[in-house]
Design a protein around this ligand. Structure first.
Ligand SMILES: Cc1cc2nc3c(=O)[nH]c(=O)nc-3n(C[C@H](O)[C@H](O)[C@H](O)COP(=O)(O)OP(=O)(O)OC[C@H]3O[C@@H](n4cnc5c(N)ncnc54)[C@H](O)[C@@H]3O)c2cc1C
Length: 583
């Protein structure tokens, strides 16, 4: 049940914010009455995929809900590459959090969570100056905490990334990139700009050949082909180049190899490879103000790529808030702390592990690694299906094995994958025997368990987790305490619906389990349709659809609205641009 409390307590400032001013209760007046509601308080951290899906599906009434996030809007991340080139507008892919749940009576505070104290059940927050106020610290008590703060970009310790590259996670990054690209195009078109400088300004490097990097390259290609080629001096297209730099020997490594090869081939073929380059096996050693230093992974040979803009999209790492919480929980209860996981460990019901968490902290999205039950531990039960040893068949034929796997998939979803592919798997499972005995069965389970991977850090996973958690909260409204204590709390199962990525020129690639790989124009239009109907609100769907129609009919808007020089002005020496066409 709810504990009696003041809504906002004066902060016992944690050590890292000891100097910060404590928020005057008056500043947070909006929160004051909440503590008197008598309902259990749920504090939700974040306004991204996990948090917003949870809040959207959570029924009003049973809980007192306070949302804390430094971002007062939801961002539809899959269309961030499209917004960086103006194919869709940034305001079309964001939705104000207040618009989403004002009618539900949930409270929102624009603040950052700095520190979670699981034993005291408090979150220390900073209402930073970005909210317009002076900036102060406050502390919130919770009965249940939903942690969905996501992840942060990983630089892998590469020097110069933070100073000289643009991360690609937030709207501000897309806006900055759009400004830089448009500025580079205008600068390169200035009379007197040398070919050498123009070439450098018009080289756009993308570090990381995952879906984000590839989609961004595709969108940049569309901008160049559909708008720049028509509106800017013809010579510019000779100099423009989009370069993807990838450490592995292929891009889109999480997709089937055929898709990766198709995408690479498409990039190479476009404009006969003149405007595109995919640099594989390349390790970025440093990002300097206007150039990348890369080393060939095989030969170790170093080279430089001068650029006008560099985007860093190589992957993610744990959010510092979660790192600190993980440390606290691990110090307190080392057994709850599996090694080698990239985020907060949760049980199968999304409860953060660790005695101190008390079953009251939930994590979802990029910041959670959900425990996946291992089938091997239940081998005997599965094999015999509840029958006594005498009744238990010593060997299973294909049909019987399929039955066992289908029944087992209820507790161990990964067995369902073997069941679906039983015809393909059968020979490998039975080896040189006619039927499958207990030993071969356990070997099969062991292989299946070893192949279990953490759910990927995607919007699809975060969304399904948010939906699942909301249904748990809704169904536990009469007895919320059970969410912390029930060992059989509903388990989260991930339903992988496949992956889609746009690669430019109206082409997309798609990898769907059980269906296979699809690619080409039709998939490109499917992608557009999917990204439109998947928006968080009807308002966003209408805006996105409108933007796409607008861009096709009238082209992208290449106006530089923010007239800020973001590219450092360099001393320009060399051949003027006009001479390039003569070459
Ligand atoms: C450019 C791009 C394209 C992508 N495309 C796809 C795609 O096509 N398909 C797909 O499935 N996935 C895609 N992803 C991945 C997907 O966006 C993430 O996996 C997903 O956003 C994770 O959801 P989340 O709720 O964990 O975190 P996020 O959506 O990142 O939300 C985190 C929230 O926490 C807030 N926050 C941060 N720090 C604090 C703090 N200290 N206190 C309180 N709040 C805080 C943030 O402001 C934000 O609101 C893409 C990601 C990017 C960057």
């Amino acid at each position: 049940g709810a504990r009696p409390r003041r809504a906002v307590t004066r902060a016992q400032a944690p050590p890292d914010v000891a100097d910060a001013a404590v928020c005057d209760a008056v500043t947070l007046d909006a929160l004051r009455p909440l503590g008197n509601s008598g309902k259990p308080r749920v504090v939700v951290l974040g306004s991204g995929w996990g948090a917003m899906t949870f809040l959207k599906d959570l029924k009003p009434g049973a809980y007192e809900v306070v949302v804390v996030s430094p971002r007062n809007y939801f961002l539809y991340t899959p269309l961030l590459p499209a917004s960086a080139t103006g194919a869709v507008e940034d305001r079309s892919i964001v939705e104000p959090v207040r618009k989403q749940f004002a009618s539900k009576g949930f409270a929102y505070v624009q603040a950052k969570a700095l520190h979670i104290d699981p034993k005291k059940r408090t979150v220390s927050c900073s209402a930073g100056s970005s909210a317009g106020g002076a900036g102060c610290e406050f502390e919130l008590e919770y009965d249940y905490l939903v942690n969905a703060v996501g992840s942060v970009p990983n630089t892998f310790g590469t020097p110069g990334v933070e100073e000289n590259a643009i991360f690609f996670k937030e709207v501000t990054h897309a806006v900055e990139l759009r400004q830089r690209v448009l500025l580079a195009l205008e600068r390169a078109s200035l009379p007197g700009t040398s070919v050498e400088t123009a070439r450098e300004l018009l080289t756009f490097t993308i570090v990381g050949g995952g879906p984000t990097g590839v989609e961004l390259a595709g969108e940049l290609y569309d901008l160049l082909r559909e708008d720049v080629a028509k509106e800017y001096p013809k010579d510019l297209m000779e100099l423009v180049k989009v370069v993807i730099v990838e450490l592995q020997d292929h891009i889109l490594s999480m997709y089937d190899r055929k898709i990766s090869e198709y995408a690479t081939d498409q990039f190479k073929r476009r404009s006969a490879g003149k405007n595109f380059e995919v640099k594989l096996n390349s390790l970025v050693k440093a990002v300097e103000p206007n150039r990348l230093i890369i080393a060939d992974k095989v030969t170790g040979e170093e080279s430089a790529i001068p650029f006008g803009a560099c985007v860093w999209s190589t992957g993610i790492k744990m959010h510092p808030l979660c790192e600190e919480l993980k440390q606290t929980l691990c110090d307190d209860d080392p057994e709850s702390c599996p090694a080698n996981i990239r985020s907060l460990a949760t049980d199968k019901s999304l409860r953060v592990k660790g005695t101190a968490a008390g079953g009251r902290i939930f994590a979802l999205g990029d910041c959670a690694t959900v425990e996946r039950p291992l089938a091997l531990e239940a081998a005997k039960r599965l094999f015999c299906g509840g029958k006594s040893d005498e009744q238990c068949s010593a060997f299973l034929d294909k049909e019987q094995l399929l039955e066992v796997l289908t029944a087992g998939a209820k507790d161990f979803p990964h067995l369902g994958e073997i069941a679906n592919a039983i015809d393909k798997e059968w020979d490998g499972i039975r080896g040189d025997q006619e039927k499958v005995g207990f030993q071969a069965f356990t070997q099969m389970l062991e292989r299946a368990d070893n192949n279990l991977r953490a759910f990927p850090a995607t919007a699809q996973v975060a969304k399904q987790e948010g939906q699942h958690l909301a249904s748990v909260f809704n169904s536990s409204a009469a007895d919320p305490q059970s969410m912390a204590t029930d060992p059989n709390l509903a388990r989260f199962d991930y339903n992988d619906k496949g992956s889609l990525a746009y690669i430019g020129a109206d082409n997309a690639v798609m990898d769907i389990a059980g269906v296979g790989q699809l690619k080409g124009f039709a998939v490109g239009y499917l992608w557009r349709g999917f990204e439109t109907i998947s928006q968080i609100s009807l308002r966003n769907a209408v805006l996105v659809a409108g933007d796409w129609v607008y861009a096709k009919l009238f082209g992208r808007c290449t106006s530089r609205l923010l007239d800020v020089d973001v590219v450092p002005i360099k001393e320009d020496v060399g051949e003027p641009l006009e001479t390039v066409s003569a070459k």
